[in-house]
Design a protein around this ligand. Structure first.
Ligand code: FE
Length: 336
């Protein structure tokens, strides 16, 4: 009887310990980024730590809708998406939780993360000017606003205002210049358009390469992708707003936040910290020809070859907070 009791006691004592070892640590990620951009990272992390990562990829809208409708029952621990506007949106819907991490605070510059630490930029892209090297002398370029000058009439190609990238760009212009000046800028762009706004950044560059226009605004990695496909591309990037009194090139991020109802919040924070670390930053950035956010990490040579620039120091939280104002402003300015 005593032996049985001891055995029972041992079972009771050991079971929870065994249990916690038997169930390997696991994180569930909802990602609006494509599988091919994130899977190598997940595999590297699992190999290093033994933590398994399950993931679901979908477009931004359906993914947020899913998080919202699942509520407290969501299996998702981490949301990965692009553009501070989207990250802000997820945070403002109450889908993300604040994360207090010294590692993230050290690795991610303050302007590239939420002021309430509900999301963190993990890779950086610039939204900058692209021009035709055969028809445009870069000396004639200067600022985003100057693309509205008379000399660019009928020569500017822009992507649609429906895309969050342009909504964030205009939101950041509002943060910098106020609504009145920004509206003047956007109206002057519209007046200079060579064609109806394009549906994506690659089309903007293809239209310029085909001679439909001479200058445009695109995210840097799309330029990199096109250049990889066509090394003879007669296009180049220009870094605007570099003067001493100017605020620098507009940048944005892809990033992530721990969900409000995460079942493995500590594991999710650890993974987020790893993503911001020196060893993971190039893996994360290089997959999409982006820049690391961690200032201790250098961009890969292909990306660095586009040249150095000063980036706008404005906090990207404003890309979300001013997004509604930006959409209304573009609408009344006739930017479709
Ligand atoms: Fe993109």
């Amino acid at each position: 009887m005593k032996i049985v009791k001891t055995l029972l006691l041992l079972t009771v004592l050991i079971a929870p310990v065994c249990g916690s070892f038997a169930v390997a640590e696991e994180i569930v990620v909802y990602s609006a980024r494509n599988e091919h951009l994130i899977q190598p990272l997940f595999e590297a992390y699992t190999k290093e730590t033994g933590v398994a990562i399950k993931f679901v990829t979908d477009k931004e809208g359906p993914l947020l809708q899913r998080l919202k409708s699942e509520g407290a029952n969501t299996p998702a621990d981490l949301l990965i998406t692009v553009d501070a506007g989207n990250l802000w949106h997820a945070a403002s819907e109450g889908l993300l939780r604040p994360v207090d991490s010294k590692v993230l605070a050290a690795n991610v510059p303050a302007n590239l993360r939420d002021v309430e630490n509900r999301w963190f930029g993990l890779s950086l892209r610039a939204r900058t000017i692209v021009y035709c090297t055969e028809r445009v002398k870069p000396e004639l370029l200067s600022t985003y606003a100057a693309l509205g000058e008379e000399s660019w009439k009928g020569r500017l190609i822009l992507r649609t205002s429906k895309k969050v990238y342009n909504q964030s760009l205009v939101a950041m212009l509002i943060a910098e210049f106020g609504e009145e000046k920004t509206e003047q800028i956007v109206r002057s762009w519209v007046a200079n358009l060579a064609t109806e706004p394009s549906s994506n950044d690659t089309q903007v560059m293809e239209a310029i390469a085909a001679g439909q226009g001479d200058v445009g605004i695109v995210n840097t990695y799309y330029f990199g992708r096109l250049l990889e496909k066509n090394p003879d591309l007669k296009l180049a990037l220009f870094w605007p707003n570099q003067g001493a009194a100017q605020s620098g090139v507009h940048v944005n991020v892809s990033g992530a936040g721990v969900t409000k109802h995460a079942k493995h919040p500590a594991a999710a924070v650890k993974f987020l910290e790893w993503l911001s670390s020196e060893k993971a930053q190039n893996l994360f950035a290089d997959a999409n020809l982006e820049y690391p956010v961690n200032p201790k990490v250098a961009a890969n040579p292909e990306v660095a070859a586009w040249g150095k620039f000063t980036a706008s120091p404005f906090n990207l939280t404003q890309a979300g907070a001013l997004q509604g104002a930006a959409i209304r402003l573009m609408d009344r300015s006739g930017y479709r």
